[in-house]
Each structure stands twice: as C-alpha cells, then as structure tokens.
Design a protein around this ligand. Structure first.
Ligand code: AMP
Length: 105
C-alpha cells in the first residue's frame, strides 16, 4: 500500500507541493511545529533511515541540497533546522522517510 506521502504525490490526497524534481518533492507539514515547517520527501518510498541502501546515497545528498535551496529561497539561511525521526516502532508517523525543515525566522 502506498504511503500517505505517495498518495499526496499522486494527487489522491490534497496538499500543497511547494517544490518538485525528478526524485524529490516538498510539502507543507499539515501540523506545523514552527513558522515554516516543510517536509522534503524522496519519491522513492524508503520506510526509515535504517532501510537506506548504498544506492540511495546520492538521493539523500540531493535532499540536503533541496534544503539548502529552500533556505535561500525562503530567506532563512541564517537559522533553520533539519531532522529525520527514526522512531520506527512507536512514534514515526509516516513510514516513508522525510526530512523535516523548520525555521522560526
Ligand atoms: P514523523 O513521521 O514523526 O517524522 O512526522 C510525520 C509528519 O508528517 C508530521 O509532522 C505530520 O504533521 C506530517 N503529516 C502527516 N500527514 C500529513 C499530510 N497529509 N500532509 C502534510 N503533512 C502531514
């Protein structure tokens, strides 16, 4: 079954996609924990960071380059936070890796 993020990508669930390229898309978090709270998501469904394969190296790096671009475009280059949750058994809500991008600037 597709993850909720894949459903967003396929327009089965509404959401605002703020950035998209061949391998990555970015949406606004539905329950923002900061003034800006975006989720940088690979189109490839990888459940958790623990499931990463060597072949995903470039994809992961590209997610950080997208973060860098967003920080510049949103004019928050001086202060933003990036994090992955890996609480696979209890807390991770969506089993499709996503890099949280937050800023209160
Ligand atoms: P986590 O899996 O704990 O790293 O967090 C999942 C994040 O996805 C949470 O911050 C949720 O608010 C967010 N989220 C869940 N469903 C949606 C959705 N339909 N659109 C946007 N963000 C979502």
């Amino acid at each position: 079954m597709s993850s909720i993020f894949t459903k967003i990508l396929n327009k089965e669930i509404p959401s605002e996609i703020v950035y998209e390229d061949e391998e990555i898309f970015v949406i606004k978090d539905i329950n923002p924990k900061a003034k800006i709270h975006l989720l940088i998501i690979p189109k490839k469904e990888i459940p958790t960071i623990n499931d990463l394969q060597k072949e995903d190296k470039e994809l992961l790096a590209n997610m950080f380059f997208v973060a860098k671009k967003l920080a510049k475009d949103l004019n928050v280059e001086e202060w933003y936070q990036l994090h992955f949750n890996v609480w696979a058994k209890w807390w991770q809500e969506v089993m499709h890796i996503h890099l949280h991008f937050t800023s209160d600037l």
